[in-house]
Design a binder for this molecule. Structure first.
Ligand SMILES: Cc1cc2nc3c(=O)[nH]c(=O)nc-3n(C[C@H](O)[C@H](O)[C@H](O)COP(=O)(O)O)c2cc1C
Length: 203
């Protein structure tokens, strides 16, 4: 598979089987991830690998965090139970965080971007290895209690919960706005014109 086929083939796959992901593949994904560009070589990414019972402990933490966030007792117990079960959706969950040493918003932002680039590298490597993956965030990603589970500080960022396994479904690719419609060339009035008119499908 060449790079263009790989980029096209990658898609979010939210349903995977229980089949474990071999350790050698996990290492391969991490190796690919850390090749991402990063300004000042800060290498801000941190990867937390959860399998088996460790996912249950994260689930307990996510349910606790959901309880803390709930401002009234209106939420049903079943809601917290669903939160607790979320990390069990795949045999492998890699939490990817961005950690910056300086208190500079611009540097923190760029570190987050670099970590997102590492996530994409990891996802492409997973696709190439025949694995299925789903990038998720949601409220737990922004919750200090969940961050603390990973030894992260409130100012650190959880960029992704990556749910990884072997596909149980084969979803079609999500539609993209054609690149022609989101790419521009300068026009004669110092403005911008679409690189080419977008292709409009005829029915
Ligand atoms: C920052 C970020 C956060 C995301 N969070 C979620 C999420 O919480 N739940 C989810 O189902 N998908 C999430 N996704 C995946 C997107 O929904 C998915 O990439 C998008 O629908 C395009 O589909 P594709 O990945 O198959 O091309 C997230 C993606 C990104 C980049």
């Amino acid at each position: 598979m060449n790079f263009f086929e790989l980029a096209e083939r990658r898609r979010s796959i939210g349903k995977v089987t229980d089949r474990p992901v071999p350790q050698v593949l996990i290492e391969h994904l991490l190796h690919a991830a850390i090749q991402a560009p990063n300004h000042h070589l800060t290498q801000p990414w941190r990867f937390f690998i959860l399998q088996g019972e460790a996912r249950k402990r994260l689930g307990t933490c996510m349910a606790e965090a959901a309880r803390q966030r709930a401002d009234t007792a209106e939420k049903e117990e079943a809601y917290f139970q669903r939160e607790a079960e979320k990390p069990m959706r795949a045999p492998l969950l890699i939490t990817v965080a961005s950690v910056s040493d300086r208190d500079d918003p611009l540097r923190i932002h760029e570190d987050q971007l670099a970590t997102a680039a590492a996530v994409e590298n990891l996802l492409l490597a997973a696709t190439e290895a025949g694995l299925a993956a789903q990038w998720r965030t949601g409220k737990p990603a922004y919750d200090d209690h969940v961050k603390a589970f990973f030894g992260l500080r409130p100012q650190d960022s959880i960029i992704a919960f990556l749910y990884i396994g072997y596909a149980a479904i084969d979803p079609p690719p999500r539609e993209r706005i054609p690149w022609q419609a989101v790419s521009f060339l300068p026009d004669s009035t110092n403005g911008w014109q679409p690189l080419q008119p977008p292709h409009t499908p005829t029915s």
